[in-house]
Design a protein around this ligand. Structure first.
Ligand SMILES: Cc1ncc(COP(=O)(O)O)c(C=O)c1O
Length: 373
């Protein structure tokens, strides 16, 4: 059996968790490992970054910081994970679903079409760790803040700038399905330094506890709206090991991705299929290897063929504009590329501890299927 994903295991995590519990005696959030993770992330991203419990919570925090109100309009790609839209829907905002381009990233023509005087935010999702033309997006957005959903985009960049750092804020995920993780975890990076103080209040139940811990106030109290988004130091211990060895993980993923690309480009092209490739403006992080079939039935047949041979190859997002909740917001317009990718895209196994023999097996079975198509 070859799973689609296994959480990366680098071998140092258990000792770090032991240190958190036994040596440090600090399991709750805000401990030494949390600080270490934030320092590592700030080194990578070049700006203030808050460790939180998930990308879902990072996005909710972002929507709070951008002061989204009931009735405000937010442009969100329909081809995304539900959390991208939920963050705004929870605040009563009106979601305007946009289509994506061939790479699964937000279509700029759609942003032009959907922008109105009531647009208060544009949420851009960096699908597969790639991005749209962010210079063009930011110039289209003008004064409208851009929230980057960089859940899949750790260590990827746009024209040399880390993804997640070009908009007002950027959300990352450390869920086990991401390049690196800690089971469940996330981060919000903030370009706008004015947002930091409120972000820290919100993360810690609306209190100024962080200032108290830093000796800046003599007691802590309720100062703003808030929730509980602090990551436990047990998770942070796990994550710190993965952040320290991020480049080893990226190199292995890049190797596997390139092997798929080299072996499968021609057989895919022969049957009119393709794979998701990073645009030239990105340095990719090889988050996923996505194959797009010409027809939905071919994708269904491929998933079944691979499953019968013990290889798990899942599809990806289901169009949000067609979902039961998404339809409340949508005007009924077709979003053709979103619908194509929802119906025809499949992902091949790609994870750090995947063996070369498993990579060979996936390539062999995939070519066998394509030959018979
Ligand atoms: C684009 C996108 N946004 C947000 C999330 C949510 O991440 P988390 O599981 O850390 O909340 C995901 C998770 O897969 C995602 O793919």
């Amino acid at each position: 059996m070859i799973p689609f994903n296994k959480p990366a295991f680098l071998g140092t995590e258990l000792e770090a968790i032991r240190t958190a519990l036994v040596q440090n005696g600090h399991a709750a959030g805000g401990g030494p490992f949390g600080k270490r993770c934030e320092a590592l992330l700030e080194g990578l991203l070049g700006q203030r970054t808050l460790l939180v419990t998930s990308a879902t919570h990072a996005l909710e925090l972002g929507a709070h910081l951008l002061d989204l109100q009931a009735g405000d309009e937010v442009i969100v790609p329909s081809f995304t994970f539900v959390s991208t839209a939920n963050a705004f829907a929870l605040r009563g905002a009106k979601i305007r679903f946009a289509d994506v381009d061939e790479s699964g990233n937000l279509s700029l023509a759609e942003v032009e079409r959907l922008r109105t005087p009531r647009t208060r935010c544009i949420s851009v999702v960096h699908y597969a760790g790639n991005s749209c033309d962010l210079d063009a997006l930011l110039s289209l957005a003008g004064d409208i803040p851009v929230l980057e959903d960089a859940a899949q985009a750790i260590d990827a960049s746009y024209k040399g700038r880390p993804l997640g750092t070009l908009g007002a804020c950027g959300a990352f995920s450390f869920h086990e399905t991401k390049n690196i993780g800690c089971g469940e975890g996330g981060a919000l990076t903030l370009r706008d330094t004015k947002l930091i103080e409120r972000a820290e209040y919100y993360r810690d139940k609306g209190t100024n506890r962080r200032k108290f811990l830093g000796g800046l106030v003599d007691k802590y109290t309720w100062v703003d709206l808030g929730s509980s988004l602090v990551l436990s130091d047990v998770n942070a211990a796990y994550l710190s090991c993965q952040l320290e060895q991020l480049q080893a993980v990226q190199a292995r993923r890049g190797h596997i991705w390139s092997r798929y690309a080299e072996a499968l480009a021609a057989p895919l092209a022969r049957v009119g299929a393709r794979f998701i490739q990073p645009p030239a403006h990105n340095r990719p992080n090889h988050h996923l290897f996505g194959v797009v079939f010409a027809r939905a039935e071919q994708r269904t047949a491929f998933i079944a063929f691979m499953r019968e041979r013990g290889v798990v190859t899942p599809f990806h997002y289901v169009s949000l504009h067609l979902s039961p909740f998404g339809q409340r917001f949508h005007d009924g317009r077709a979003l053709p590329m979103t619908e194509t990718l929802s119906g025809n895209l499949v992902r091949l196994p790609l994870f750090y501890n995947q063996t070369d023999a498993q990579v060979d097996e996936v390539i062999g079975r995939t070519t066998e299927f394509l030959r018979a198509l």
